[in-house]
Design a binder for this molecule. Structure first.
Ligand code: FES
Ligand code: FES
Length: 154
């Protein structure tokens, strides 16, 4: 399979990798750069476990070809460690008990960040709509919505 070298910014760090042209951005993030916070769930755009920000917009990295990241800014859950809004959301998830098996959490937190950036004070209904592409098998969503609502009020 042919390889392509791409240059992009990963969580604020200039990054160069050589990847097979068919590789997904999710595989590149997990297996080439070694950042395993972003999860592989369905691989089909259905669960949101693989959500990242590409130039500040959330999307499913399993459906994105890695070479599309060339010249772009990619943010994964690890990158939120340096982000005040991301940290506030993560803290709210822990405090609200919105974290159980943790599998959905990285994607949820990234998606919540996108939501609160666009709508700093969303209603509960807007929060539910904002995370409808992210599946959680454990929490029943109520605590996740509580957490995002709490983060929006700080
Ligand atoms: Fe990407 Fe499920 S792994 S949406
Ligand atoms: Fe387990 Fe959401 S906490 S899938």
């Amino acid at each position: 399979m042919s390889q392509q070298t791409i240059d992009f910014t990963l969580n604020g760090v200039p990054t160069r990798v050589s990847v097979p042209v068919q590789m997904s951005a999710l595989e590149m993030i997990r297996n080439v750069t070694g950042l395993t916070g972003t999860k592989y769930g369905c691989g089909e755009g259905e669960c949101g476990a693989c959500t990242i920000l590409l130039d500040g917009v959330s999307l499913n990295s399993c459906l994105l070809v890695a070479v599309e990241c060339d010249g772009r800014h990619v943010t994964t859950v690890e990158g939120l460690a340096a982000d005040p809004l991301g940290l506030r959301i993560e803290k709210a998830f822990v405090e609200a008990g919105a974290v159980q098996c943790v599998f959905c959490t990285p994607g949820m937190v990234i998606q919540a960040r996108q939501l609160l950036e666009q709508q700093p004070h969303p209603t509960r209904e807007q929060i539910q709509r904002g995370i409808e592409g992210n599946l959680c098998r454990c929490t029943g969503y109520v605590k996740i919505v509580d957490a995002i609502e709490s983060a929006s009020k700080e």
